[in-house]
Write a protein of this length. Structure first.
Length: 176
């Protein structure tokens, strides 16, 4: 039997989970002379994340990285479930979903590299940016046409919200 098109999964998504480096960032780190590691995030990805939170989606970040600047940025977008330094992503995923009674089939996870592989094999809609490693692309039901940190998160969130009639739905009423 042929696998369903990724679009057939979008309607059932209630939970959006993202990795950070290579997904919310472009995967590069600028190291300053003091040793601080700087990352760049896309403002349009941020808008989509905030919109998803405002529309009642469960939005979560599970990352092996532990940069507190990342936590502050995500908290500023209204994301409450931020798990940094998560080296066992399956354990963190299972705890998160069990605590909220969320079914794996309702979860979209976007990752880009091998540490994301085990989690992506479990969820209903595994996704990745265009520049993900080949092993991750091979198991993804959707590969964004955008690279990590360059709009891939916005791309996938916008698709979910559009299918569910929650993208741009009240915007015109507020500003007409």
């Amino acid at each position: 039997m042929e696998d369903k098109s990724y679009k057939e999964y979008l309607e059932q998504i209630t939970t959006l989970i993202f990795d950070v480096d290579g997904v919310l960032t472009d995967g590069t780190i600028t190291v300053t002379t003091s040793g601080e590691m700087l990352r760049t995030m896309n403002i349009k990805d941020g808008y989509a994340l905030k919109t998803a939170v405002d529309k009642g989606f469960h939005v979560c970040v599970i990352s092996g990285g532990s940069n507190e600047g990342v936590r502050l940025r995500l908290e500023g977008l209204g994301i409450k479930d931020i798990f940094l330094g998560a080296h066992n992503k399956i354990e963190q995923l299972e705890t998160y979903l069990n605590n909220r009674n969320i079914d794996l089939k309702n979860v979209l996870f976007m990752g880009d590299d091998l540490p994301d592989y085990p989690v992506m094999k479990l969820v209903g809609l595994p996704c990745c940016p265009q520049d993900a490693v080949p092993e991750i692309k091979a198991i993804s039901k959707y590969v964004s046409h955008k690279n990590g940190g360059k709009g891939a998160v916005r791309d996938v969130i916008e698709q979910v919200l559009k299918v569910q009639g929650k993208w741009f739905d009240n915007f015109n009423a507020k500003y007409d």
